[in-house]
Ligand binder design. Structure first.
Ligand code: NAP
Length: 313
């Protein structure tokens, strides 16, 4: 069997096209486009790439997108001061602080920053108020990556209601909101993590298996029930040639890409899973483009809701 490829880019293009009329209508009514402020701290190469892609996509969609940069040596208070300024800005409807923040800022730095972002501008859906609303299945700005995955599943005809779903990874930004979104769509959800015993056996119960752990090719064919839908969230930069050659044979497209760049972004899911799964989201071209499309959609939603609130005041 060779799994059906779930084309995240095509779904992302659809979502962007659906968002375009909302951008145009808001811009005409408000006399300005929806605005997004992105805060980037330090010089993590992966974050640079993600932020550049977000800025370009926002500009292409007709949004205003501003980048606020701080050096890796910046203090947490400086990040909070920028967020505070964006909270008060009339031109910005959405605020995104790119993670990870530099390790030197401390273990709880991200949580402290996410708490400062105004919930109505929290287009990442990480503020405790928005997380609480998600837990209660009330309308909210929900985390972009898991929301994008739900869009991909639904638009690809994968039935969530009644399915057994297993989510590997319990982060606040992917694993937990993913499990909640699937639960609210009536899947029976199991969450797994680094202390889950017999992980392959638990994972193999899933009709829908989502892996968000950041371990290249960790999810092998024995984790997967034949015919299951497998969503690969992981994105790890791999520079080790031997690892790449174990996964992608010389002459393959992925191997060629590695030779050209000297590194390759590899998902959590082993290529051999394609022989067992019924449907599979690829890396790249799966979850990544959806995350950005949902960010744009959340920004337009935030802009519209803020405008309604202002008009009602
Ligand atoms: P994270 O905060 O590091 O969390 C990783 C999770 O994986 C943790 O819950 C951890 O368990 C679990 N884990 C680690 N090793 C494991 C193992 N051997 N067995 C079972 N569970 C294990 O990561 P994240 O921010 O959620 O991101 C996960 C991956 O998704 C990363 O590769 C990231 O780059 C990628 N990502 C991609 C997108 C996209 O748009 N494509 C967006 C977001 C994230 P414990 O809690 O027990 O430590």
């Amino acid at each position: 069997m060779s799994a059906r490829v779930l084309d995240g880019k095509a779904v992302a293009d659809q979502i962007r096209a659906e968002t375009a009329p909302g951008v145009a209508a808001f811009t005409e009514r408000a006399g300005r486009p929806p605005g997004l402020g992105i805060v980037l701290v330090g010089d993590d190469p992966a974050s640079e790439i993600y932020v550049r892609a977000k800025l370009k996509s926002a500009a292409d969609a007709g949004l205003r997108a501003d980048l606020e940069r701080l050096p890796a040596t910046a203090a947490l208070d400086q990040v909070i001061a920028i967020v505070d300024r964006l909270n008060r800005s009339d031109a910005h409807d959405g605020i995104l602080v790119q993670s990870p923040l530099p390790a030197a800022m401390g273990d709880d730095a991200e949580q402290r920053v996410f708490e400062v972002v105004s919930p109505e501008k929290d287009v990442d859906g990480f503020h405790p108020v928005n997380v609480g609303r998600l837990v209660q299945n009330r309308a909210t700005l929900a985390a972009c990556t898991p929301s994008g995955i739900v869009e991909m599943l639904e638009r690809s005809g994968v039935t969530i209601a009644g399915a057994r779903a297993v989510v590997i990874g319990r982060s606040d930004i992917v694993g937990k909101p993913m499990a909640l979104l699937l639960l609210h769509r009536h899947a029976t959800v199991t969450m797994c993590h680094s202390r889950t015993p017999e992980l392959p056996t638990v994972a193999a119960e899933a009709d829908i298996l989502v892996s968000a752990i950041g371990r290249p090719a960790f999810v092998t064919a024995d984790f997967v029930k034949p015919g299951a839908t497998v969503i690969d969230v992981g994105t790890t930069q791999v520079r080790d040639r031997a690892t790449i050659e174990r996964l992608f044979p010389p002459g393959s497209k992925r191997h060629e890409a590695f030779l050209k760049r000297g590194s390759l972004v590899v998902g959590d899911v082993h290529p051999g899973v394609a022989d067992v799964a019924g449907a599979l989201s690829p890396v790249p071209g799966g979850v990544g483009p959806l995350t950005i499309a949902l960010l744009l959609r959340n920004t337009v939603t935030a802009a519209r809701l803020r405008a309604i609130k202002t008009a009602a005041c």
